[in-house]
Design a protein around this ligand. Structure first.
Ligand code: HEC
Length: 100
């Protein structure tokens, strides 16, 4: 590959991940980043959808488990929660609880 192309690629990858560094592992940061489109940048809501930033982990895990089970009313969250394993929900719970 051309040297300039490699440099450019490096720049893009750096940009893509520069906003999501922290204590959590990269897998958790990547899956949690898909939530931000609705729950607001950095998990801070700008509208009616609740913020995820700083949510207590126990609350987060309980709510996500209820969405998955269909025992909590939701428009979209049941469908979304279904896509994540218990371990991923636990990890995201730690991640969102750690955000400020
Ligand atoms: C398409 C928009 C959308 C996306 C993407 C989305 N959510 Fe939601 N979320 C909602 C809406 C809307 C609600 C309110 C409940 C409902 O109608 O489903 C909600 C509610 C929640 C709640 C409940 C908060 C509380 O305290 O009651 C949690 C927790 C949550 N979402 C977590 C997540 C996580 C984690 C992700 C990423 C894996 C995610 N959401 C992605 C739209 C979204």
């Amino acid at each position: 590959m051309h040297k300039k192309t490699i440099l450019m690629l490096g720049g893009f990858i750096g940009l893509a991940f520069s906003g999501i560094t922290g204590a959590a592992d990269m897998h958790t940061e990547v899956i949690a980043s898909t939530c931000m489109s609705c729950h607001g940048p950095g998990g801070k809501s700008q509208g009616k959808i609740p913020s995820l930033t700083g949510l207590h982990k126990d609350h987060f895990v309980k709510v996500m488990t209820e969405f998955k089970a269909g025992t909590r009313a939701s428009s979209v969250m049941k469908r979304l929660a279904n896509g994540y394993t218990e371990a991923e929900i636990e990890a995201m719970g730690d991640y969102f609880a750690s955000l400020k």
